[in-house]
Design a protein around this ligand. Structure first.
Ligand SMILES: [Zn+2]
Length: 587
């Protein structure tokens, strides 16, 4: 277009004018609209983009005095996390809410953005809350509409092979290519730091993380994970399994949206049994459970239509809101009692194993499954016939046996040279003190034995799957500024399950202390050889042990440096810090 042409200039002015006009119209729409105007994309097999979801929730926030959308901390992709909050009392500051009356439900969506039905369901939930506020007087709902923003922006048609819609969706990993649902302890992502702050600001009684899963084909568009009962505080477990779990299954069935426990296969088909998911603290629901928040995960079925996945997830969220509102007093009381009982507990389990000897029976609605020859590989593959519905009994393994426990010390002492760890602990609102002077303390120090590391990294770490420790009581020098933490606080369970190095998701396993695994000071054989001789001559017991080993271990007997190292590591020349876990336990 030639802009010197009079007609064109008029057209330009007209179009600029129209743009201003349309901005006014959009603004009016954003502030005054009635909510029936939300066009839910799942009805045509599409999903909200990140921007669309935030825009719809902003509109709801502008429309309803009971809803507020709030920017929180930064994520790895630079954009800030949002929370959208519903409160009938119109109070959106977590420091000012009436905690004696209000139950708090925290919802998290799109931690895996290819599994985004919870985003759309949450918009629908807040639309409902905005016009039914009186039904939820005792409840505050806090939702993170999109948690993994980087993954949500990385949108394509190819993020989820075989998934029944939506046409486009985000990708599982975040901007750092991390699975954020493994990051709640190790805390590599800014998203995680933001989550920690949101979680501790609101201190929710219930937490729901929305997902979508695959594995086998069956008739249920939605399945449910409830925090594993043996891992939970017993008071919280009794309430969760005695009241909440039954309610959710029953109400969803009454709404003709029947759900079942997460189809976590024992082998390759449901017929061979399913098992409860042991969500350890690296996962969102395992993390929140350390603070006596009931953790739930909705797992929609990848092969159900996207429309159904959104509608089922919405109904589950709505049902959970109704339950939480009616039972707010019980939820508040149960969390308090669980916190009190954790404080009184002197022993915690830090590792569990599935009990394969006891199973309940689940009546399962599946499809006829056959093994057929693959036209790609020529080998056998599973094939589900969706026209042949079948109901059959499935063994359901629900119990995990404690296999390792630990006594709770009175204090942990942490050297200040681990600032990232101390920062993560502070984010959990853990009360800590710092020494005002250098000091020597007596206490238990673990020596790390049998530590193994995999050949390939897992979520940015060489995770130590096997860790054995030996506790040794000794005097250790600490410095002004080092940290001492009392275990007499609500985070008692969190502290034990993260600072005990052999706990299943301990910081140690995530490589926070690999520095101590390497020996730093060595020797030259010609210089140490005469010293070794003197050491053996001066210590009869050591000498006997040494001669015994030479006699019984022919490889050792032929290894000159190996023998000197054996003596070196039993001498005062050997550094006590090698393989010593640097956190002291004080009883
Ligand atoms: Zn997922």
């Amino acid at each position: 277009m030639n802009l010197t042409n009079g007609t064109s200039r008029w057209l330009l002015n007209y179009s600029l004018g129209m743009r201003s006009l349309s901005l006014v119209v959009i603004f009016a729409f954003l502030t005054l609209t009635s909510l029936s105007q939300i066009n839910f994309p799942h009805l045509k097999n599409e999903s909200f983009t990140y921007d669309q979801a935030i825009e719809e929730l902003t509109k709801l926030s502008n429309f309803s005095p009971y809803i507020e959308i709030i920017e929180q901390g930064k994520t790895d992709v630079g954009r800030r996390l949002h929370t959208v909050v519903f409160n009938f009392n119109k109070e959106f500051d977590p420091t000012k809410i009436d905690r004696s009356k209000k139950a708090v439900l925290l919802i998290n969506n799109a931690i895996h953005p290819g599994e985004s039905c919870g985003v759309d369901a949450t918009v629908k939930l807040f639309e409902y809350l905005s016009t039914h506020e009186k039904e939820f007087e005792n409840l505050i709902v806090v939702a993170i509409p999109v948690y993994n923003i980087g993954g949500m922006l990385n949108r394509s048609k190819y993020s989820r092979s075989g998934q029944s819609g939506p046409v486009e969706c985000g990708f599982r990993a975040n901007y750092q290519h991390l699975d954020l649902n493994r990051d709640f302890i190790k805390s590599d992502a800014l998203n995680t730091a933001a989550f920690h702050k949101i979680f501790h600001a609101w201190k929710p009684h219930l937490f729901m993380d929305t997902h979508t899963t695959n594995g086998s084909d069956h008739q249920y568009p939605l399945t449910l994970i409830v925090s594993q009962r043996n891992k939970m505080n017993p008071i919280l477990a009794e309430y969760t399994y005695g009241k909440l779990e039954n309610y959710l299954y029953q109400k969803m069935a009454e709404k003709e949206k029947e759900i079942v426990p997460y189809v976590h296969l024992m082998k390759s088909t449901p017929n061979e049994g399913i098992k409860d998911f042991l969500e350890t603290p690296r996962y969102s629901s395992g993390y929140v459970n350390l603070f006596n928040t009931i953790g739930l995960i909705s797992e929609a079925h990848k092969y159900a239509s996207f429309e159904n996945r959104v509608e089922y997830t919405y109904e589950l969220l709505n049902t959970l809101c109704v339950f939480s509102n009616v039972n707010s007093t019980d939820l508040i009381r149960t969390k308090e009692l669980a916190n009190q009982s954790d404080r009184a507990q002197n022993q915690f389990t830090i590792n569990w194993l599935l009990d394969t000897m006891s199973a309940e029976t689940l009546s399962f609605k599946g499809y006829e499954m056959n093994l057929v020859k693959s036209e790609t590989t020529g080998l056998l593959r599973r094939s589900y016939d969706n026209t042949k519905k079948e109901t059959f009994p499935v063994p359901h393994y629900r119990s995990y046996i404690p296999i390792q426990g630990v006594s709770v010390p009175q204090y942990y002492v942490i050297p200040q040279c681990y600032p990232k760890l101390i920062e993560v602990l502070k984010r959990q609102e853990i009360a800590l003190d710092r020494f005002e002077n250098d000091t020597i303390l007596n206490g238990g120090m673990y020596y790390l034995e049998g530590v193994t590391a995999p050949k390939e990294p897992y979520e940015k770490h060489y995770f130590h799957a096997d860790v054995r420790v030996n506790e040794n009581f000794q005097s250790v020098r600490f410095y002004k500024g080092d940290v001492i933490i009392s275990l007499n606080q609500d985070a008692r369970r969190y502290l034990v399950e993260t600072l005990e190095p052999n706990a299943v998701d301990a910081f140690f396993r995530w490589n926070y202390f690999d520095n101590v695994l390497q020996q730093k000071e060595w020797f030259s054989d010609f210089a140490f050889d005469p010293i070794a001789k003197e050491l053996l001559e001066a210590d009869e017991r050591l000498n006997l042990e040494f001669q015994e080993k030479r006699k019984n271990d022919s490889k050792f007997a032929r290894d000159h440096m190996g023998q000197l190292l054996w003596i070196f590591q039993r001498s005062k020349y050997y550094e006590p810090e090698h393989k010593r876990y640097p956190i002291m336990r004080i009883y």
